[in-house]
Design a protein around this ligand. Structure first.
Ligand code: XMP
Length: 323
């Protein structure tokens, strides 16, 4: 019989058996999959698990705090947070090309994660043999089903560790679909904001600023995004929408009039979409009054933004993200 209780019980037993008295590492992204995978492994082996969260400074408002505070409070997990905002912003300085941004963010992410990994191993000894991954059933099918070990090259070796660290993978979500993962997360008592979180790209807000990524622009976009999310939630629309990227056109300016005078500010784009699997998507027909509320609030509350526009493009031809 499939129940979330059975799934949890079965996985906890299997993980205990697999890990024994050794140790595991898990990277948290703020997303559902890694959170549920980590919570399951935590339930099975407790303090033998260490989680790593790389704060690249490209998260939305409140998301890092959700991981640092709420997730830790709900699970009791041992968490290492790496504040790498400076490093990512420095690496992204002067870069506007979307692919270039993605490459830089991906590269820096791996470097920071590996460094944290090496530090944990230096602290805890060579018994760190397992890496937890939130692989879902659709990912398993897509990649042909093979798995087992991951070779992680460590560029930042500490204390005479071998050049190539070999980890065995723990993938407790391998048989589950997304909705089942959410149910398991709920059963494990994870915060609603994490369990019901809509998809969010790994490169974060870095690919939602058209133009160069700076701290100032990120802060501005974070404000606009938080307002859009707040109003969509208040209108009860979270389940009707697959996701709603909020995009800052940092290199575009338009003329406006606000308060006493003329402004020359940036547009914010709302990109609400409905979709089954993100392969194709349609733009969501949001109620006009909700759009009006979001627009009014963003232009009133977010400095330097004097225009809000709605993306009415399906996928294809438009992708969901702008970059
Ligand atoms: P596109 O823009 O290609 O996005 O229509 C499809 C889905 O994938 C998400 N996305 C990403 N997710 N890392 C991720 O984990 C990425 O680099 C990435 N890029 C896009 C996007 O949010 C949408 O759900």
């Amino acid at each position: 019989d499939w129940t979330t209780g059975n799934v949890i019980e079965e996985q906890v037993a299997a993980i205990r058996e697999q890990v024994g008295d050794r140790r595991a590492i898990c990277g948290l992204s703020g997303g559902v999959d890694s959170a549920v995978a980590a919570a399951l492994v935590q339930k099975a082996i407790g303090s033998q698990l260490t989680c790593v969260y790389v704060d690249h400074g490209l998260m939305r408002k409140g998301e890092t705090e959700q991981v640092e505070k709420d997730f830790v409070a709900a699970t009791g997990v041992q968490l290492k947070v790496v504040d790498a905002e400076e490093r990512f912003l420095t690496a992204l300085k002067g870069v506007s090309d979307p692919e270039e941004k993605r490459k830089i963010i991906g590269r820096e992410f791996i470097r920071v994660f590996e460094q944290a990994q090496a530090e944990i191993i230096a602290d805890e000894g060579p018994a760190v043999e397992f890496l937890v991954q939130g692989t879902l059933y659709p990912d398993v099918v897509e990649s042909g089903g093979g798995t087992g070990t991951a070779n992680i090259k460590s560029h930042h070796n500490v204390g005479g560790l071998p050049e190539d660290l070999e980890f065995q993978l723990i993938e407790p979500l391998r048989k589950l679909f997304k909705d089942e993962v959410r149910m398991v997360g709920q059963e494990l008592g994870l915060p609603e904001e994490i369990v019901q979180r809509q998809p969010f790209p790994g490169p974060g807000l870095g690919i939602r600023i058209v133009g160069e990524v700076t701290k100032e622009r990120l802060d501005l976009l974070r404000e606009a995004d938080a307002i859009a999310r707040e109003e969509l939630t208040a209108a009860g629309l979270d389940r009707d929408i697959w996701q709603c990227p909020v995009v800052l056109l940092a290199d575009v300016r338009s003329v406006g009039v606000q308060g006493d005078g003329r402004t020359y500010g940036h547009p914010i784009v709302l990109r609400p979409v409905s979709s089954e699997d993100a392969m194709t998507a349609d733009w969501s027909r949001l109620p006009y009054d909700v759009l009006a509320k979001i627009s009014t609030r963003i232009t009133n509350e977010v400095r330097d933004v004097n225009r809000v526009v709605l993306d009415v493009t399906s996928k294809p031809p438009g992708t969901i993200e702008w970059e």
